[in-house]
Design a protein around this ligand. Structure first.
Ligand code: AMP
Length: 218
């Protein structure tokens, strides 16, 4: 049976960390619109330039750009048996667009994606974002406060340089929270009404969250 998962949660709720582990263990592609958009920005394409003008302000990139990127990615071979969507959909408009995309690419849709909502307090989120670093080479995510690295600038998995994301500054982070609460949070009600929602306490440590998450998979 297909395994289709959607992850919703505020910036810094730990979705990225958990979905990367889940992707390896369940052999499902980890589809993260933030990373796909950052790749488009790095490529210097017109689409990337447009996306960047929204990303640097902590706003959502226009739906046309995101829908195109997601549809192309879901059509790839490795997504045939399922997928993990991390950071998409992020608005009611995107949720309805995803319904259409899934209908288009799989006409006999019988499986409805299971949606995980990562719930965590705002104070903890700001603390996590400010201490978050990611590897510029392999994408591994670290918290320099809780993880006690030998060197805060070096990835312990591949030796790559650890960087702080440009939009993890306090000012842009605050705007990303506002965007999340205004546009993404209403999805909780939508998916709850559709009986697709599972809430995960994301204030716990990485291993506990992963155990609770996999235990809740239907
Ligand atoms: P993230 O890495 O998920 O925190 O995303 C970084 C930024 O990329 C966000 O602040 C948005 O500007 C943009 N972005 C990521 N996913 C989406 C999406 N589904 N829709 C619109 N913009 C997005």
């Amino acid at each position: 049976m297909k395994k289709e998962f959607i992850f919703i949660g505020p910036p810094g709720s730990g979705k990225g960390t958990q979905t990367k582990i889940l992707s390896k263990e369940y052999n499902l592609p980890h589809i993260d619109t933030g990373s796909l958009l950052r790749e488009a920005v790095a490529s210097g394409s017109e689409e990337g330039k447009l996306a960047n003008s929204f990303m640097e302000k902590g706003q959502l990139v226009p739906i046309e750009v995101v829908s195109k990127i997601i549809k192309n990615r879901l059509l790839q071979d490795d997504a045939k048996n399922g997928f993990i969507l991390d950071g998409y959909p992020r608005s009611l408009e995107q949720a309805y667009a995803l319904d259409e995309i899934l209908k288009e690419i799989d006409k006999d849709i019988t499986v409805k994606p299971q949606v995980f909502y990562f719930e965590v307090s705002t104070n903890m989120l700001i603390e996590r974002l400010v201490n978050r670093r990611s590897c510029s080479k392999c994408g591994a995510i670290y918290n320099i406060k809780t993880m006690k690295l030998k060197d805060e600038n070096v990835c312990e998995k591949c030796g790559g340089k650890l960087i702080r994301r440009e939009d993890d500054t306090e000012e842009v982070a605050k705007k990303r929270f506002d965007t999340y609460f205004e546009q993404t949070h209403p999805l909780i009600e939508l998916y709850s009404e559709r009986k697709q929602l599972t809430t995960i306490d994301a204030s716990k440590d990485i291993d506990t969250i992963y155990k609770n998450l996999t235990g809740a998979i239907k």
